[in-house]
Structures are given as structure tokens and as C-alpha cells.
Design a protein around this ligand. Sequence first.
Ligand code: PLP
Length: 471
Amino acid sequence: MTTEVPRSFHMTPDEFRRQGAEVIEWIARYMEQVEDYPVLSSVEPGEVREQLPATPPEHPEPFEAVMADLDRVILPGVTHWQSPNFFAYFPANTSGPSILGDLLSSGLGVQGLLWATRPACTELETLVLDWVVDLLGLPERFLSTGDGGGVIQDSASSATLCAVLAARHRAAPDNDLAGLVAYTSEQAHSSVEKDVRVAGLPASSLRTIEVDERFALRPEALAAAVEADLAAGLRPFFVCATVGTTSSTAIDPVPAIADVCERHGLWLHVDAAMSGSAAVVPELRFVNDGLDRADSYCFDPHKWLFTNFDCDCFYVADRSALIGALSVLPEYLRNAASEQGAVIDYRDWHVPLGRRFRALKLWMVIRHYGAEGLRHHIRRHVALTQELVAWIEADDRFELAAPAPLNLVCFRHVGGDEVNQRLLDELNASGALHLTHTRLDDRLTLRLSIGQTHTERRHVEAAWDRIRTLA
Ligand code: PLP
């Protein structure tokens, strides 16, 4: 009598080896071909979903069928952020070592909530974040060897939320939130407002401070707002300065903002989501000015440091307020290493409990490029941006709308909003490149952001040629 072996349904290691090799080959081909795709997906809302079955399959489907749908349905619905002709928003660049690091992280399937649940995940993260202090010339107070330290968060939005929560804990350890007031510039990223709301404060407790002609926060306006709130019996507690605003890469004067914070005992957080990566280049370390006086700092290697989403480096000068705000210890997580106080448990440094092994990809990027390679590419992007600035300045149909200290150019046609809107629409419809816009001085402004891994001079030149031709 033969007994039937029950079907396992699992992918065997041999199937994984074969299909995994095909996926790697698919990605490598995508990297080679991405430049040839129309940058902006042209699908209509609902079009992707319509082409796929409305209900899940009852029976297992072959790998080949899934890959065929990837080519047929998914790829046309992708806007190609990794195209060298992608100049929209801010970059979200990536690289081979980063993708492989992410794959290894998935392969290990680590949950790094506690040191004890995977020591290497914690210790590599601590090491890599200390490396980044060195790589970017950040203040030593952010090193884990002192009172501070760094942690990888999923995004700058989450990092700033943790900064607000730590500041709230320091200002109101008894959780009496009445009258707490936070400050940021009117050009700050929308995540600051969202974070303040998530932290349990009304949106009205956030003051958006006016900016100067360079779109940077006016420190004297900040001081006046804080003093007015104190006089009204309110409790100022938190300031978020931005180094490299989303609209125009304006750089808030962090040292002057730190003066105000120190005078009134306010938590100073610095959000350098995109621009922070510039500090790998010594001559661009003006982006670090005043950081030695910040309580917390974040930047996104997933924007401009060749590390795919998600990877935000978040630092605090004194970790006790952060841990005080976020630590909850149920019995089932108690363990000897934590109790001896000998280890870092990163679950106390952010909102979720579980965490992926994200340090692997950043570690692999840094080891693959070395500081030298990272400096080379950031310098290259900034030099290309400065070339584009010179071309725009030389064409009297166009004007610069803001200073371009790093890798974003804000510019417009002098013909007004309608002309700029038409130009933007035609450029994006061409498929040859993708740009986005903002409003500066209440005028429609085109943004061209240079930071994709493989953007070369020829791509920027072609973009400028097309802009001039369509103008
Ligand atoms: N802060 C600034 C200055 C940004 O430019 C951005 C996004 O562009 C963010 C925060 C939000 O970034 P994330 O997607 O990492 O939350």
C-alpha cells in the first residue's frame, strides 16, 4: 500500500535558487533598460487593477505566470524613479549593494526588536550609525558611545515624530499637554504638522514661522513668537529647523535658532531629510552648521545616499528622553541582557516593536562605495546642478526662483504661471523626463532635482535642451 506524500506548497530551496536567479536577472535588465522607458507612467486610475483578477487564486500559480503579469501589467503602471531622467520631487535613489543588502535582510527574516532577539542586527545598526557620524562629520554627541546615539527609522516623518515625542516627554513628563507649543518654518515639510497631531497636540499648537527672501526661517520671528507665547502663559517646547526644505532646499539658520532654543529650554530637532547626505563632501559641510547644539537630527540615506527606501538615520544627543517617551516593558519581553543594561533595545527608539535588518543595506552601500565613492557621486550631482544653474542664468526667458545650494534648481519661465504650467505638462507628457513643481513667492515654479544614481551630464543637458525647445 502506498501512502500519498502530502503536498507542502512551499517553494523548495532549488526552486528559490532558480526563480531567485531569474528575479536578479530581471532587476539587472531593468537597470540596463530603465533609461528607455517613458519616465512617468501614463496609466489611468484603476487601469492596473482592472487587468488583474478580482479574487485570489484557489490553486498555486506558476512563477512564470506571475513574472508575465509583472511585465504586462505592473511595469506599465510604474513611474521610473530609478531612471536617470527622473528629476521630480527629491531623489529616492538606490544601488546594487543596497538592493542586495535588502535581499539578505529578507533572507535572514530578522526581527530586531531586542538585542536578545538578534544581537547582530542591533550591533551592526549601532556600528553603522556611528560610522555615519564619522562619514558625515556629524557632532560626536550623536555617537552611541556617549549619552546619545542613532537608530534607523523608516522615514524622516517617523524620525521627527520620535523627536516630538521625546521633546514632549522632557517638557511634560506627567503627560499634561495643555499649552504646549511647537515651532517650524512655513516652508517646513508637512510631516512636522502631521507628527505634532499624532503626538496628541492640536494642529493649532504648531506655529509656522515666516521665512526670509531665501525661504529660510527668520530667527527673530521665531524668538518673537516664543516670547509672545510665554507671555500668554503657554509652554513652548519644540522647534524643528529644516536643512534643505522640500520646496527649494532652503537652509534654516540653525545656529541662530539654537540660540533661541537654548534661551528658552526648547528641544531643537533638525530635519535634513534630503540635504543631509551632502555632508559626505567636506566642502558641503555647511549643512551641518549648528548641529552640535541640536537635540536630535535626521536625514534619509533613502533619498540621496544610494540606499533604497526605507532608511532614515535619526540621532539624539541624549537618548534618555527618547527612551523615556517610548519604553514600555511587558513581562514577555524581559530578558537578562536588557535587565543588565548592557545592550541597546531599539524597540524603545521608535514606534513599532518589530524591525527589519535595515542596517545591512546601508553597511553594504558604505562598504561598496567607500567614503571616496559616495563623495564622488554627491560632488558630481552638485556640479551638474551648478552647471544647469549657469545655463538657466544665461537664458533670459528663464529666471531662478531660489538659491540652489545643492542639487535642486527652482526656476521658471518669465512668462507667468500659465506658460510654466503648459511647459511642465508638455515636458512630463513627452515621457523623456519627469519634473514637478512648487509655488514660491506665490508663483508657479519648476523644480529640477538631480540625484538619481545614474544621472549623467548628458541627461541634464538633454533635459535643458527639451525645456528650451518647448519654452
Ligand atoms: N522632510 C523633508 C525636508 C522632506 O523633503 C521630506 C520628503 O521629501 C520629508 C521630511 C519626508 O520624508 P520621508 O518620506 O522620509 O518621511
